[in-house]
Design a protein around this ligand. Sequence first.
Ligand SMILES: *Cc1c(COP(=O)(O)O)cnc(C)c1O
Length: 402
Amino acid sequence: MSNNNISAIGIGTNAVWAGEEEQRVHRATQVPVVVSVAYSYEDMDEWYDVAIGKKSGHIYGRNTNPTVQAFEDKVRALEGAEAATSFSTGMAAISNTLYTFLRPGDRIVSIKDTYGGTNKIFTEFLPAMNIQVALCTTGDHEAIEEEIKKGCKILYLETPTNPTVKITDIERMAKAGKGVGALVVVDNTFATPINQNPLMLGADLVIHSATKFLGGHADALGGVVCGNKELVEKIYHYREINGATLDPWAAYLLLRGMKTLKLRVERQQQSAMEIAKHLQNKAGVEAVYYPGLETHVNHDIAKKQMRGFGGMLSFALKGGMEAVSILLPQLKYAHRAANLGAVETTYGPARTTSHVECTVEERKAMGIPEGLVRISVGIEDVEDLIADLDQAFEHLYQNYKA
Ligand SMILES: *Cc1c(COP(=O)(O)O)cnc(C)c1O
């Protein structure tokens, strides 16, 4: 696996320490939640200098906040970026980034399997603004290169994807994107900075839904974008005016969650691999999708660009939705929810989570079987997760009549 570590300091150490020192007060070991909306100045010159950015400090909560800044600095360190700016949600990070750079008449190239919300921006909002969108078959690198060659302002990637964990070669695509002067943007939510640093692979901007693995506890929404100062300042300006600001309480929860990011992801991907292998040998399972399996279509690319294969996998049941409806309620250690990246194992059928807006035919055309179930593996003992699956499958065998 590629070992493109971002600095001399380990990523686990940065997850714990980075971004915090500057914000600590009263000798407290933890970053405070600063709830203040505004900041008071006695010296009018100092106020002015902070307001115009000549001096560091804070003016108003929609723009900057110390707790939020600690969160941004920590993610920035983990992605090895020059700058980072945060948002109220992952979708706010994605939409603000796109709207910062795209203008009527522009063209964007992406893939068909992006996150559902992102896909809605591509198919609904951007065309309405006279922005051309070319969506390529995920994993078809030649097709993506062909579309890039026609020229584009942004090349937007997401890898691994939802829910069949397909992989795109970031280095190869970034090179093609740069060739036409495109801005290369990568949604790194599934991989996390523990496994993959798109900026090191040639991307210009990396985006996270911090709601998922970064926070890790499914109790706070947030988003973040990292890249060079010039690009991030433009996005920050767009966000500060449009107002999709991250709340300081959420920033604190995300910051605290991130301290254990490495521990969690390491455990989750270790368990994901065991569960994937176990499911491969289970009767009634049609297919298992996990980039760590040698049977995965893009296993080689995953091995090249990721340090680990992540905590997300999916499997398809032969009995379709009917079998899924028998299996899922039977699981004990499982949230059946539209979330992922949390410490609890979470199951979700594509039909009710990532691809709820699609028809049966559309899902089929996208290569998503009706019996597809996504698993976001938690940090529980893997023996318990496997035993839980086994008893649920026993129940399925007894109750499903093919
Ligand atoms: C959840 C998710 C998003 C959107 O994030 P929100 O915080 O829910 O707005 C974007 N991309 C990916 C890959 C996601 O899983």
